[in-house]
Design a protein around this ligand. Sequence first.
Ligand code: PBG
Length: 324
Amino acid sequence: MKTITRLRRLRAHETMRHMAREHELVCANLVYPLFVHPGIEPRIPVSTMPGVSQLSLEAFEQDLEELVALGVPSILLFGLANNKDNQGSEAFAEFGIVQQAIRIAKKRFPSLYLMSDVCLCAYTSHGHCGVVIDGKVHNDASVELLTRVALSHAEAGVDLVAPSDMMDGRVHAIRGALDKAGYQDLPIMSYAAKFASAFYGPFREAASCAPQFGDRRSYQMDPANTSEAHREILADKDEGADIIVIKPALAYADLIYQARQLTKMPIAAYHVSGEYAMLKAAAKAGYLDEKQAVLESLLCSKRAGASLLITYHALDVARWLQEA
Ligand code: PBG
């Protein structure tokens, strides 16, 4: 039989390959996570994440200059605590480190889109994402505090809040509190399907938030579950989330795709610390080409259905896209 379908015809010419391309990675997709710490040491390198540091407010301001110049449109802010306690009180302090960083960034770089992580784990003495009562992470007491965190970020001028704690009902509570305080237009990007993943390992050094007892499996999802992820996504949608996050990204691309079919909501793929560390380590060892592997990874999340890409590679990606 004669071959009639020849898919290679459209692959022969570079121009045609570009014209026929279905998905494209652009700078506008990028969200760069940043860690600010309350001390004066400008940059404290995170050993598990080469190229990532905990920043003082001053160093933070310098880095913003660089990333704005490169065209990175958005950052996701994480903070480190001075004094940790059971409630993670610094997380919702008026002049907590993230609240200060938001004020600085808003003033200096009004065009930069500011997202903030809403969680307690970097601020609690036990390292859990909520309040511990009788040895357990208490859902409703945690939600109350998370709502205060979100409000304090709103008051500082953040553009979007991103609750990552995985307590039930927190999107509803945060939406209600924001609306009541006059922040009806402030969007919520909820970590809808966040799995209890080994790939967060390096982040726990970056944010100094490793649980001091037990693990996060009583609130983060079991990596084995699909239907439960759908329920999480639909629950957050019903509660008023504007964007949903799937996390981690690469090993969970099936869920990015399914979330897209399920809700039609914008999706953010979080390329987490472990994914970053793996690529960095392999590139350093000479096992693969960093630029090609990073660009391919992010593009594949887009193909799966994500439009926002949260990645520690954002600065490099912005540089590479400019070169292209
Ligand atoms: C904390 C939080 C974590 C990450 C983002 N927010 C860690 C965790 O849940 O243990 C992980 C990010 C990464 O690994 O890059 N709520």
